[in-house]
Write a protein that binds this ligand. Structure first.
Ligand SMILES: Nc1ncnc2c1ncn2[C@@H]1O[C@H](COP(=O)(O)OP(=O)(O)O)[C@@H](O)[C@H]1O
Ligand SMILES: [Mg+2]
Length: 518
């Protein structure tokens, strides 16, 4: 008896629940999925790994019926499936938690969960739905108050609502698109516990990610996508980070950064009790104080949306400061304009490279001289010395390894990585005293990421003070000499870069204040 049931379990475990064969999905000018074959089994966590633009989200949007593929076949539980909308795929037991949640802020958790299903006619129906939500929350360890309003919830809690919503609709197959991007390390751990529990209960999880460490820690199998094509599907226990990285990027990747210990120099940036508002006029920075010295990288860690953008903008003169003071090398710069701050020696590696960092319709040379055409040697009296300008841009383009057809290429035609290198070339060649780098590697491939990090370390060694604002905690920990954690516009505490404890930083990211050393 026992052996029979064991056998049955085994065969059910290996059952293929998702089968996509030779699926092709094109967008104008790009083959997002190129004859992709992908299978997921019952009871497995299957990671879909690839760099930005590899085609991961598109493939899952095809699976859920949001997009119709040009070619290929899909079967769910052995049955051919042709979904015309996500409604069809939900009926077939597939749920997807998108990168950007689709919840209604002004409604409660339960109202969101039952949204689009038959409307409750009686108060009783709502309390029954609330009880169901509470039960799912209990069963899967997804802590949530069924009566809370969405706007009251943290991003991590909102994600739980999305998962419960899928489970409520009977999802056997759950797709999560880059789910950890919005989570603290603790929330990520909690999510992983839930996911392991779900597969133990027979669900299938398709886990989209571009992060190698988390894929290695959570996945049973990994399918790697590159440029819209499948590179391979492998068992997580038969592979390693280096091998996955090579499949993802198409060449070997070194995970080494040269970060020698350095004695920090003079205080370059001092921020005292800084206050600023967000675009809605609400307090975004609430009394922030810190300093950055020459030859050190200070990292600002935090979950997205806790005042990071406002801090970068305030420091660069792009956002009014309502209270507090900023000093650069002892000189107050609080009320200077953006241009005066640049002239004072502050470089800015912006969050949005396409709108803030570069002018798409200008060519490489014009972008390079964007901030210095008013000064010699580029300015000769009232005119621009184009020979000087081209010489400078040619030198920088080769020094920063910007891949482009020529100096006359318009910036909009560069890939994300090359555009970021162009911006770094411009910002760093002026030998700034302070570099404010906001998400400097977001969206870049592994190779370009490594290059950008190396450049920041070189700037540190050359004597610059670097303020690194990043939501990628691994990046902050890898590069920073000191780490400050921001939460709702306040600094929750400081950690030393070398001895930083992820768990402690995670607590601060969730709003728990720790003793600050100064
Ligand atoms: N709706 C769309 N319209 C046009 N192009 C798209 C659309 N969605 C994705 N793409 C393109 O398809 C490719 C794959 O994108 P995507 O599936 O989002 O990648 P990933 O999720 O792996 O980052 C990219 O080149 C992207 O620019
Ligand atoms: Mg995506």
């Amino acid at each position: 008896m026992v052996s029979t049931s064991t056998l049955q379990t085994v065969s059910r475990e290996n059952e293929i629940v998702v089968s996509m064969r030779e699926v092709t999905k094109r967008f104008p000018g790009v083959v997002a999925n190129d004859r992709v074959t992908f299978e997921a089994r019952r009871g497995e966590i299957h990671a879909l790994l690839g760099e930005n633009g590899a085609g991961k989200s598109t493939l899952m949007n095809v699976l859920t019926g949001l997009y119709t593929p040009e070619e290929g076949e899909i079967a769910i539980n052995g049955q051919p499936a042709q979904f015309r909308s996500p409604k069809d795929s939900i009926a077939a037991g597939i749920g997807m938690v998108h990168q950007h949640f689709k919840l209604v802020e002004t409604q409660t958790v339960t109202e969101n969960v039952i949204l689009g299903l038959d409307a409750p006619r009686f108060r009783l129906d709502m309390s029954r739905a609330e009880a169901d939500v509470a039960k799912l929350s209990e069963q899967y360890g997804l802590k949530i108050d069924p009566k809370a309003y969405i706007w009251q919830l943290s991003v991590g809690e909102q994600q739980r609502v999305e998962i419960i919503k899928a489970l409520y609709r009977g999802a056997q197959i759950l797709i999560l698109d880059e789910p950890t991007a919005v989570l603290t390390p603790q929330e990520t751990e909690e999510l992983f516990i839930t996911l392991r529990d779900m597969v133990a209960k027979g669900h299938t999880i398709i886990f989209i990610s571009h992060k190698l460490d988390e894929v290695m820690s959570i996945a049973d199998r990994v399918t790697v996508l590159r440029g819209g094509k499948v590179v391979a599907t492998v068992n997580a226990r038969d592979t390693n980070k280096a091998e996955l990285a090579e499949m993802m990027v198409g060449r070997p990747v070194l995970f080494r950064l040269d970060r020698p210990a350095l004695e920090p120099g003079e205080m370059v940036l001092r921020v005292e009790e800084l206050h600023a508002e967000n675009d809605k006029g609400l307090p975004a920075l609430r009394g922030i104080s810190f300093y950055v010295r020459a030859r050190e990288i200070v990292g600002i860690a935090g979950v997205s949306g806790n005042g990071q953008s406002e801090l970068a903008e305030a420091l660069n003169g792009l956002r009014p400061i309502t209270r507090g003071r900023i000093f650069l090398n002892g000189r107050e710069i609080t009320t200077l304009s953006a241009r005066e701050i640049i002239d004072a020696g502050v470089a800015h590696v912006p969050e949005d490279r396409h709108t803030d960092g570069s002018v798409g319709d200008m060519n490489l040379t014009e972008n390079i001289i964007l901030k210095r055409y008013r000064h010699p040697p580029i300015a000769r009296g009232p005119v621009i010395d184009w020979n000087q300008a081209r010489e400078m841009s040619s030198e920088l383009v080769s020094r920063f390894n910007v891949q482009a057809p020529g100096l006359d290429t318009r910036a909009r035609l560069l890939s994300g990585g090359n555009l970021q290198k162009l911006i770094l070339a411009r910002e760093l060649s002026a030998e700034p005293a302070l570099i404010v780098a906001m998400h400097p590697t977001q969206g870049l491939d592994v190779g370009a990421t490594e290059y950008v990090r190396q450049v920041l370390l070189e700037q540190r060694a050359a004597g610059a003070a670097v303020l690194l604002i990043s939501e990628d905690l691994d990046e902050v920990m890898q590069l920073s000499d000191r780490i400050l954690v921001i939460y709702e516009g306040e600094i929750m505490g400081e950690a030393s870069g070398e001895k930083a404890d992820r768990a402690q930083i995670g607590l601060m990211m969730a709003g728990q204040r720790q003793e600050v050393g100064y």
